[in-house]
Design a protein around this ligand. Structure first.
Ligand SMILES: [Zn+2]
Length: 148
């Protein structure tokens, strides 16, 4: 067996594949690798603008995308008002868990209606976008509250 054949066999073996994967991951995390990945991502986007846009739209419309988008918007609002904004999607899920997945005011189950994020102390009164100041309300309780 020649060296080339041995190398090829090693590359196709489980062990070889693992080693290659590790090498790739290490490269991607290196400064140089990050640059190259970024460049190739950007050039892919430049070549596939429409596809990229439609994928973004799909993502924004997906359940996970919507949650992330909402959290980003809220964080932006809080930052603009110079308030702390640290709520993460995990913390929001914790809040829902702690409330047994029901509205904090009327107790309707969030299996039936979509939960909305309510600032216990409103942003206008300096309420931050943090775990301690956010509760989950159903849409109608939330709009009733904000109309007051
Ligand atoms: Zn409610």
């Amino acid at each position: 067996m020649t060296k080339a054949e041995r190398d090829k066999r090693y590359q196709q073996s489980e062990k070889g594949k693992e080693a290659q994967k590790k090498k790739n991951a290490k490269y991607r995390h290196s400064q140089n690798g990050k640059e190259v990945t970024k460049k190739s991502t950007y050039s892919w986007i430049a070549r596939n603008v429409e596809l990229f846009k439609s994928r973004c739209d799909d993502y924004r419309k997906s359940k996970h995308g919507k949650e992330i988008f909402r959290i980003k918007t809220q964080r932006y609002r809080a930052r603009k008002a110079s308030l702390p904004a640290t709520l993460t999607l995990d913390e929001w899920n914790d809040i829902l868990d702690n409330q047994d997945n029901v509205c904090a005011i009327c107790g309707i189950s969030f299996d039936k209606v979509r939960p909305t994020q309510d600032h216990i102390t409103p942003v206008s009164k300096g309420g931050a976008y943090i775990k301690e100041n956010i509760q989950a309300l159903c849409g109608s309780c939330n709009s009733r509250k904000s109309n007051k």
